[in-house]
Design a protein around this ligand. Structure first.
Ligand code: ATP
Ligand code: MG
Ligand code: FE
Length: 334
């Protein structure tokens, strides 16, 4: 099975060709980070325009690199949602145009299902498993008992982890996106500043990061008012320690409760060095298998969409020509 994947939900225009759900024939990504940097975040209108400009070139590049023609493709998988509506529409319409003109099936994929299936490219998934999804817009614990079955057992009640990283980074005067900068600083500093951890109700697998974010901002402002300067690397280290402690503790507790023997890490924040290490150590101590995708498959890409699309294709799932971009699409079993 050869699937063409298309992803345009946010600020990456991406097309990939994946064979049998696991072999990447090509994985082309055009990032717009430079265009959004001066605004300190993604500007939806600018994102849409970039996608329009880029999509045809990225598609041609991905097809050429994979050395395939449309005849070789079994189906087109595209991110249906969630994401920015104007951005999603570019990918969905490109995918529909190819599907219609080439008479190929069209498969709408949930963006987070894609992030999860990035792990399938690395290592064949076995079930039951638990995924910790940590990205710019999502923080979720997802239980899977089989392919295509997603049960969200916990999620953030306010900010996503990546969002909290980016907002704290902005307060510290670091460039966008701030996650990698905080991660780097955290390794140079000491977690010497006391910050809160939001455990929520004892039986809850939900998360909350806005209180922690506010605590960092308040700590910084209070110090400024007293005329003190706090070493940013210590603040970064303290923030990162709080985030990771909650993420890892809840993941391990959920893994035990759900009786899984495999854990996956997914989403852009999976690039975080501290999180990778702490989760690896915790899984090793508990005898759990852990998969973490390489950086190129953690951030937005279309290979993950093609990988998730392959499973759906093989299950016989088809979207039809009414497929539309859905900015608030929920992760449900397909
Ligand atoms: P979603 O997938 O929820 O729609 P998104 O696609 O915008 O959101 P990703 O591209 O998966 O998000 O991840 C981007 C986020 O990852 C940003 O918030 C960025 O700061 C964060 N990030 C990247 N590297 C690191 C790192 N090393 N440490 C912490 N955060 C990081
Ligand atoms: Mg992105
Ligand atoms: Fe993403």
């Amino acid at each position: 099975t050869i699937i063409l994947g298309v992803e345009t939900s946010c600020d990456e225009t991406a097309v990939a060709v994946v064979k049998n759900g696991r072999d990447i024939l090509s994985n082309t990504v055009s990032s717009q980070i430079e265009s959004h940097k001066r605004f300190g975040g993604v500007v939806p209108e600018i994102a849409s325009r970039h996608h329009v400009e880029q999509i045809t070139y990225i598609l041609e590049e991905a097809m050429a690199e994979a050395e395939v023609s449309f005849d070789d493709i079994d189906a087109i998988a595209v991110t249906e949602g969630p994401g920015l509506v104007g951005a999603l529409l570019i990918g969905v319409n490109a995918a529909k145009a190819i599907a219609f003109s080439q008479n190929k099936p069209l498969i709408g994929v949930h963006h987070i299902a894609g992030h999860i299936y990035a792990n399938h490219i690395v290592e064949e998934l076995t079930f039951p498993l638990l995924t910790l999804v940590v990205s710019g817009g999502h923080t979720e614990l997802v239980y899977m008992k089989e392919h295509g079955s997603f049960e969200v057992i916990g999620e953030t009640r306010d900010d996503a982890v990546g969002e909290a990283y980016d907002k704290v980074a902005r307060t510290l005067g670091l460039p966008y996106p701030g996650g990698p900068h905080i991660d780097r600083l955290a390794h140079e500093g000491e977690a010497s500043i006391t910050l809160p951890r939001a455990w929520l109700e004892p039986d809850s697998f939900d998360f909350s990061f806005s209180g922690l974010k506010s605590a960092v901002i308040n700590t910084l402002h209070n110090a400024k008012q007293r005329g003190e300067t706090l070493p940013v690397e210590n603040l970064a280290a303290s923030f990162q320690e709080s985030v990771i402690e909650v993420l890892v503790t809840k993941t391990m507790k959920a893994a035990k409760e759900k009786n899984v023997d495999r854990v996956l890490l997914a989403g852009g924040v999976a690039a975080n060095k501290g999180l990778r290490k702490e989760l690896s150590d915790a899984c090793e101590a508990e005898g759990l298998k852990l998969t973490i995708p390489p950086m190129s498959l953690c951030t937005d890409n279309a290979a993950m969409i093609a990988a998730a699309g392959t499973i759906l294709y093989e299950k016989g799932y088809r979207s039809g020509d009414r497929l539309n971009g859905q900015p608030g699409l929920e992760l449900s079993s397909q």
